[in-house]
Design a protein around this ligand. Sequence first.
Ligand code: SF4
Length: 525
Amino acid sequence: QRILVCAGTGCASSGALPIIDILNDEIKRRGLEETVSVVGTGCQGFCEKGPTLVIEPQQILYTRVTGEDVAEIIEQELIKGERVERLLLVDQTTQKPVSSMEDITFFSKQHRIVLHNCGVIDPKKIEDYTARDGYKGIEKALKGMSPEEVMEEVKQSGLRGRGGAGFPTGVKWGFCRSTPSDKKYIICNADEGDPGAFMDRSVLEGDPHSVIEGMLIGAYAIGADEGYVYCRAEYPLAIKHLGIAIKQAEEAGYLGDNILGSGFNFHLKVFEGAGAFVCGEETALMASIEGKRGMPRVRPPFPAVSGLWGKPTNINNVETWSNIPHILRNGAEWYSQFGTEKSKGTKIFALTGKVNNTGLVEVPMGTTLREIIFEIGGGIQGGKKFKAVQIGGPSGGCLPEDMLDLAVDYDTLTQAGAMVGSGGLVIMDETTCMVDIARYFLNFSKKESCGKCTPCREGTTRMYEILDRITKGEGKEEDIDTLENLALTIKETSLCGLGQFAPSPILATIKYFRHEYEAHIRDHK
Ligand code: SF4
C-alpha cells in the first residue's frame, strides 16, 4: 500500500512537508513499514484543497490534511479499512463526502497525458519514472527509427507548441534540422511568468524526466547534441528536481555520450533565469543564456537558422517537450484521437481566481470553457455570478459569459479575440471591475517591457495613465477611442510578443465590457 502526499510548491506552502515525516513516524510506531510506504509526489492538482494525500490502491483522496490528522488516518484507513469522513471532499452538488478519486468530477472529467505521472510518482526517483514506461520513447527512437521518422511521427500527431503561439511542433523541428551546421542546440523554455500560471512548474516539479526524455527525442530528430532548460529562478523546487533528474539520467546512460550504445550524444544543462518576464521570448531567452541583457531582437534570422551563439536552435516549452515521450511510445495515431481537427492532444490549465476548485487540470483540446470552469472547477465561489475569464495571461483576452460554450482550441479562441496562451485561466465574478482588470494586466506588461522599442515602452505607459485616470473617476469622453487607437497601433508596431499582445486585455474588455468603461466616465462626471 502507498500513501501519496502532494509535496509540490502549492501543498508544501500549506504545510504538506511535515506530514510526510509524521506519517513515516506513525507507520514505524505501528510496525507497518513492510507493507506501507509514503511517497512525496508532485502536484496532485487540487491545490485549493491542500495539503492533499491519496491512499493507494483504493484511490482515496484526503484534503486539507494536518499533522494532527495522521494518526486517525492510519488507524481508520490502514487498520480498520474505513474512511475519515471529515477529511473527504464534499461534492458541490450533493453536499455529500466523496472518497474515491474516480467519483470526483474534478478528476473524472480530465484526461491526463502530460500529467500522467504528476502526483503519482516520486519525481526524485528515476526508477519510479521507468516503472511507468519512462524512457521507452527514446529507446524506441534510438533502436528502430531514423531521425526523419521521429520527426514525421511528431508531425503526424498534430502536436502544436504549448507555449502560446500554437505552431506545429514537427514543422518547427524541421526548420532547425534542415539548416546545415556542425552544431545545433535545443532549449526548453521554462520561464513561465504569466500571473496565475503554474503548469510548467508543476510538470518540472512532479515529472522532470518526461521533459528530459522529450528533449532527448527532439535532439535526436533535429541533430542537436546540447540542450538547456531555461528555468525561472523563482522555481527552486523545479530546479532542484530537474538537477536530480539530469544526474540520474546521466548515471543511467540516457544522457551523455553514446546514449544506449547508439552513437547519439546529448548533454543537458539547467540555466536559471534572471527574473525578467521578457526572457520568455525566444531571442531574449537566448541572449540571456549567452550572458547578455535579455532583450528580444528582430527576426529574421529565426532561431532555427541563427540561434544560441549563432547556431541553429530549436525552442519549445515544458508542456510541449513533455508530450513527446507519449507520442513516441504510443504513436501519432493514438495522440491525434484527442482534441479537435486542428488542435490535437490535451492542454493543461491553471485554474485560479474566483472559482471553487483552484488547481491544475488537463483536458482534451476542444473542451468548452463552461465544462472547465463549472464542472471541473466546481463553479464560482460563494454562489456568485460568473462575469469573465482571463485566458492566456497578460497577453490574452477577457471573455464574457456568452462565450462560455466556446471550445478551447487555438483557432476558436483566436477568432474570439483571445488566445490559449500558455494556459492560465483567471476566473472573475460579478464583483470584478473589468476596467480595473485591464489596468492590472497592463501594469504588469508596462513594468515588464524591456524598453527597446518605442511603441511598447511609451505606449503601455500612456495606456496605463488613461486607464488609471478612468478608474479614479477622472476619465474623459474621448478616452475609450484614444485607448483603442493606441492599442491597435502598439499591437501593429511593437517588436516582440510582449508589446504586440500587451493591448489584448484592453481591446477585449472594451469589446465585451464597453459599458463598464462608459459607466466609469459618466458616473463620475
Ligand atoms: Fe521590449 Fe516591448 Fe519592444 Fe518587446 S515590444 S522588444 S518587450 S519594448
